[in-house]
Design a protein around this ligand. Structure first.
Ligand SMILES: Nc1ncnc2c1ncn2[C@@H]1O[C@H](COP(=O)(O)OP(=O)(O)OP(=O)(O)O)[C@@H](O)[C@H]1O
Length: 293
């Protein structure tokens, strides 16, 4: 049985199409990253899969059931949690969440300890009103992942997390995927491709691609060979270049072109680094963000 199955799913907000005949299925035990530019429909999709929003048309199945009848089988970390119980502590959050999901007192206490340790939450007994955004995000992650759900939906789990916490999360997710399915959205494209088995690329409400990130990158970046990251502003005529803050990305089409770019940059004495193409380049060089593909 598929963990998630979606057929011809569409969702409109008034005249606006948020999801347009979306179809895909996710195997049990997979980690799938839903990616796409702002407004692509990622959150709308997660909300429909978790019974927070009704689709206008199409079929949605979570472990073979309507999502609203499968709530005990999945756990959700929403994109933004607007209201908090300010006097409660991280320990209370995880504990009461588990109790609400029917876990007994003793078992809940064991799992709270494990979850707080797993995410290295050293502030477990402080009121959540004193926590920073990133600290709170970690608490919510520990809370959601403390359950033994068969399926986790994590909408932007890394927002506000520092690098170390992000890497920790990827490690926890890889471990958790040994017995569960995980669907997550994130804007950290390179990290998402290292943690996810497959990525679902949405654009303007449609499935643009679904598969291994290397395959998608290969397909969309056909004709490109490598990326030269130049630490500064340069103009290289005849090359596909993109400005990235203080850096310039120079895309080469062949090994010969890469050598040519390297020689020019060495002669000019500009520092640079040659990198392999990744899924992030699909957005930067492939024009998915700019919509001119
Ligand atoms: N409540 C709403 N009312 C009207 N339009 C909405 C509503 N929610 C989302 N939309 C529109 O639907 C489209 C998809 O939005 P959604 O939030 O699903 O995108 P997203 O991919 O999650 O974006 P982001 O990366 O910015 O979080 C967007 O064009 C958005 O403007």
């Amino acid at each position: 049985m598929f963990a998630v199955e979606v057929q011809g799913l569409s969702k409109f907000y008034g005249p606006k199409v948020a999801l347009d005949r979306v179809s895909f299925s996710i195997e049990e035990g997979e980690i799938v990253g839903v990616i796409g530019p702002n407004g692509a429909g990622k959150t709308t999709l997660i909300r429909i899969l978790t019974c927070l929003l009704k689709p206008d048309s199409g079929e949605v199945r979570v472990f073979g059931r309507n999502p609203c009848e499968a709530k005990e089988l999945f756990a959700l970390l929403p994109q933004d949690v607007k209201a908090h119980f300010y006097t409660l502590t991280p320990r209370d959050y995880v504990y009461y969440y588990l109790r609400m999901r029917g876990v007994g007192r003793k078992e809940a206490r064991i799992r709270v300890k494990r979850a707080l340790e797993e995410f290295e939450i050293s502030y477990a007994d402080e009121a959540v009103s004193t926590l920073s955004g990133g600290m709170m995000r970690k608490v919510l992650l520990a809370m959601v992942l403390s359950t033994d759900a068969g399926l986790y939906f994590l909408d932007e789990p890394t927002v506000g997390l520092d690098v170390e916490s992000r890497l920790k999360l990827w490690e926890v997710l890889r471990e958790r995927a040994k017995g569960a399915t995980i669907v997550l959205t994130s804007h950290y494209l390179n990290e998402i491709s290292s943690v996810c088995d497959r990525v679902l690329l949405l654009r303007e409400g449609r499935v643009e691609a679904f598969g291994r990130s290397e395959r998608i990158a290969g397909e969309y970046l056909r004709g490109l060979h490598s990326k030269v990251v130049v630490f500064g502003e340069v103009r290289l005529d005849g090359f596909l270049t993109r400005r990235a803050g203080r850096n310039t990305y120079v895309y080469t089409r062949s090994k010969a072109e890469e050598r040519e770019a390297v020689e020019v940059l060495e002669r000019a004495g500009v520092p640079f680094k040659v990198e392999e193409l990744t899924i992030e380049d699909v957005f930067i060089a492939g024009g998915l963000d700019g919509g001119h593909r």
